[in-house]
Write a protein of this length. Structure first.
Length: 138
């Protein structure tokens, strides 16, 4: 989970760079990026309230700061248990954001799709929710 967090932060700050767990840097091909963009466009997100969006962004910025703090701790060769405590705090912060996002998705996006009366859209939503629960269940 921590490596995924670092990969996410690194990828958002370094363009198309994607970092692997072993530390190698690879360039993501334009075809892969185009495919990912197409997949993302197939599902429209419901707009969030400005205050909700700002709250999520604030949490994510705090997590980003926590990760940078852990990076500094590693650079400074700090005591391993101290680093691990901070990593645990990062994991918990990310789980809190996941819970908020999941609740928001269920209350708004999924509910709207299921109530739309479109059987195909409802089935896609059920499949999506099943995958989300599988990936995020702990």
């Amino acid at each position: 989970m921590f490596l995924l967090t670092l990969q996410y932060i690194a990828s958002t700050h370094h363009g198309f760079d994607q970092y692997t767990p072993r530390g190698y840097t690879t360039k993501v091909s334009q075809a892969v990026m185009k495919k990912q963009k197409t997949q993302k466009e197939s599902h429209r997100a419901m707009p969030r309230e400005a205050s909700e969006r700002e709250s999520l962004l604030l949490r994510l910025r705090r997590i980003e700061g926590q990760v940078r703090g852990v990076q500094r701790m590693v650079e400074e060769d700090r005591y391993c248990p101290d680093v691990l405590v901070q990593m645990s705090a990062i994991h918990e912060s990310l789980r809190a954001v996941e819970r908020i996002m999941m609740k928001d998705h269920l209350q708004h996006c999924a509910t709207q799709a299921l109530r739309s009366g479109d059987a195909k859209q409802a089935q896609q939503t059920y499949d999506e929710l099943t995958e989300l629960f599988y990936r995020h269940a702990r």
